[in-house]
Design a protein around this ligand. Structure first.
Ligand code: FES
Length: 237
C-alpha cells in the first residue's frame, strides 16, 4: 500500500495513505484522547475530544476522521488544543449527573478519566440539564440516558457488530437522545442482550445488571427472542 510521511509532535512516521491523523499519532507513539472513537468500530467524529492542530488547516480538526497527507505536520498538545479539548469535556460534564462516587462506572469511566487528565476541577458552564427515566425493565441491562454523551458507540456496535440495529439517535439539539425506536424500552424491541452496547459505552449510560441469576434465566428462556451471538466480543479501548 502507498505510504505517506507525517510529522506528529516533531516525530516523523510513515503510514498508509488511507490512514487518519489519529492512526498516524498512534503509529508515532503519541497518545491523543478519544471518546466517540473505538478501534473496532467505524469512526464517527462526533465528540471532538481528539482534536489536534494540523499546519495549514483553518481550525482544529478531529483526528479520528481527518485523513493524512504526505508531508503533513500535526501538533497534538498545543495550548489551543488543550483549551479546545477542555471546553468540549466541560460542556459534556455540564449536562452530566455529578454522581461519580455512587456511579456504577466510577474509576472505570472514560469521561471521568479524560476530565481528570485535563485537570478539570470545576465546570464553567451552568445551564439546563436533561433528566430521563431509567430503562431497566429488562433482565440484563440498565440504560441511563442522563449519562449518555451521544458518542454513538452503542449504535455502531449494535448495527455494525451484531446486525441488530436496536439503537438510533432521536430528536435534535439539546433533546437528542440515543434510544430504541419511538422511545421504547429494551424489553420492547429485538434486543438480544448480547451486552456489546454496554461493553463499548464510555460512561454508565448502559451498564449490565448485577443480578446474573435473572440474566441467565432470561437468556435460557426459549420464548424470549434471543439470537446466537455471531460476532466476537468488542474490547473496551
Ligand atoms: Fe474523534 Fe470523538 S474521538 S471526534
Amino acid at each position: 500500500m502507498e505510504k505517506v510521511t507525517v510529522t506528529i509532535d516533531g516525530r516523523k512516521v510513515e503510514v498508509p495513505k488511507t490512514a487518519t491523523v489519529l492512526e498516524a499519532a498512534q503509529a508515532a507513539g503519541v497518545k491523543v484522547p478519544t471518546l466517540c472513537y473505538h478501534p473496532e468500530l467505524r469512526p464517527e467524529g462526533a465528540c471532538r475530544v481528539c482534536m489536534v492542530e494540523v499546519k495549514g488547516a483553518r481550525s482544529l480538526v478531529a483526528s479520528c476522521v481527518y485523513p493524512v497527507n504526505d508531508g503533513m505536520v500535526v501538533n497534538t498538545n498545543t495550548a489551543d488544543v488543550r483549551e479546545g479539548r477542555k471546553t468540549v469535556v466541560e460542556l459534556l460534564l455540564a449536562n452530566h449527573p455529578q454522581d461519580c462516587f455512587s456511579c456504577a462506572r466510577n474509576l472505570n469511566c472514560e469521561l471521568q478519566s479524560i476530565a481528570a487528565d485535563l485537570g478539570i476541577r470545576k465546570i464553567r458552564f451552568d445551564g439546563e440539564q436533561t433528566n430521563y427515566p431509567l430503562d431497566d425493565k429488562n433482565p440484563c441491562l440498565v440504560r441511563d440516558q442522563s449519562k449518555c454523551i451521544l458518542c454513538g458507540r452503542c449504535i455502531r456496535a449494535c448495527s455494525e457488530r451484531q446486525g441488530v440495529h436496536v439503537y438510533s439517535f432521536t430528536n435534535r439539539g439539546f433533546n437528542t437522545t440515543v434510544s430504541p425506536a419511538f422511545g421504547q424500552g429494551l424489553d420492547q424491541v429485538a434486543c438480544t442482550y448480547c451486552g456489546q452496547c454496554s461493553a463499548v459505552c464510555p460512561t454508565a449510560a448502559i451498564v449490565e445488571k448485577d443480578d446474573t441469576a435473572s440474566v441467565w434465566k432470561a437468556i435460557s428462556d426459549p420464548t424470549k427472542h434471543v439470537v446466537v451471538q455471531t460476532a466476537p466480543a468488542v474490547r473496551v479501548a
